[in-house]
Design a protein around this ligand. Structure first.
Ligand SMILES: [Zn+2]
Length: 379
């Protein structure tokens, strides 16, 4: 059950409470609504109170990020708040692309334009593409918000897809993937990354992939990661006891020998997020994608970003999630446009220069209650 965030009269954080209790306090006039999203109430008389350890857990994804707030419960954790944050990466990319095309068009057409800059540019260290940077910022914004309204004292996030330590540099020492169930999940994630999440033989991406031995076990093939690939069920069956070369794919045997370079740097966005989260100064637990999947599968939870967030890391091994928990849906919309005025399709100014962001005391994204007295939208 999604809990309600609670503040005391001095806007200090208190433990989130059950929605029924919040309703009771609101109707009795002991509390007021502080914020609609996420629903937060402020108590009128209470000053301070006991708080338990609260952790914000994050599972950063490419399109959406799951966020979960957990507290200690029995021997494990319990999810008391969850949310799904959708980014606007594609939108940013599209807008920058159109800007670039308009500028380029103006330059080639002898119209007024700004001279191209070329020597005065350098990218700062740790630079990320704007669409990726926005993911980091959006996630961090929500972590900071939740920190303001709930008594958070630790953080947890999924950092890497797989733990190369656990696999003991799988490619080199040739650890067997049956070594342990958790190691199996790590190996699977590693292979999916290495083979681009597609069947190595037919390049299908839309079906479940199986771990496949390049030189079959029946003919002495090892369980080393360098002898493994991912294949769809059909190709796996079809290949049977042939080697990849006999099956008509000699390149795969070659590709398998090359280890995935610098597995940790696979996802720059996650590392950027990790640096920013670490700078918040709270204890930060990190987990791998393999472990998250392992924890979720072991507890028979369905796949959802916020459930993954709750299952991140060691503390995700025992989490209680109520079956009808409805997470908050959040969507990044951006603040405003930096463009001075809109242009037509030829790149000429179409509108007057833009005005301030606030009109009659309102700005984009405000929730209002309107009483319309005339027209078709009357009511
Ligand atoms: Zn296939």
């Amino acid at each position: 059950m999604q809990r309600v965030l609670v503040l005391d009269k001095n806007k200090n954080t208190l433990m989130p409470c059950h929605s029924a209790r919040a309703r009771q306090m609101l109707t009795r006039g002991k509390a007021a609504v502080f914020r609609q999203y996420p629903f937060t109430i402020i108590l009128k008389e209470r000053d301070g109170g006991d708080v338990q350890p609260v952790t914000i857990k994050v599972d950063p994804g490419s399109k959406t990020t799951g966020i979960a707030i957990v507290v200690d419960f029995k021997a494990g954790k319990r999810v008391i708040w969850a949310g799904k944050l959708t980014y606007r990466g594609q939108q940013i990319r599209d807008r920058l692309l159109s800007r670039r095309q308009i500028r380029r068009g103006r330059r080639s057409r002898k119209t007024r334009y700004r001279a191209p800059r070329f020597l005065n540019r350098c990218r700062a260290e740790g630079w990320l593409a704007p669409s990726l940077q926005s993911r980091v910022e959006n996630t961090l914004t929500w972590v900071e918000r939740l920190r303001r309204w709930s008594p958070v004292n630790s953080l947890s996030m999924e950092l890497v897809r797989f733990d190369t330590q656990l696999m003991e540099n799988a490619e080199i020492s040739g650890v067997e993937y049956q070594q342990g169930e958790l190691a199996g999940y790590e190996v699977r994630e590693y292979l999916l990354e290495k083979w681009g999440r597609q069947c190595a033989y037919c390049h299908a991406t839309d079906r479940p992939l199986e771990i496949e031995h390049i030189a079959p076990k029946s003919r002495g093939g090892s369980n080393r990661v360098s002898n493994l690939t991912v294949a769809c069920h059909k190709c796996n069956q079809h290949k049977g006891s042939q080697t990849a070369t006999e099956f008509g794919h000699p390149n795969i045997q070659q590709q398998a020998k090359k280890p995935l370079k610098d597995a940790a740097a696979v996802n720059a966005t996650r590392w950027a997020l990790w640096r920013r989260m670490d700078a918040l100064g709270l204890p930060l637990e990190v987990g791998t994608g393999g472990r998250t999947k392992f924890n979720r599968a072991k507890q028979h939870y369905p796949k959802a970003h916020w459930i993954d967030a709750a299952c991140v890391g060691e503390s995700g091994g025992r989490v209680t999630i109520s079956p009808n928990h409805a997470p908050l849906q959040m969507k990044a919309t951006g603040h405003q446009s930096r463009q001075m005025c809109r242009v037509d399709k030829y790149g000429f100014p179409r509108t007057s220069p833009k005005q301030g962001r606030i009109h009659y005391g309102f700005q984009t994204g405000d929730m209002v209650k309107a009483l319309v007295t005339k027209g078709v939208k009357r009511g």
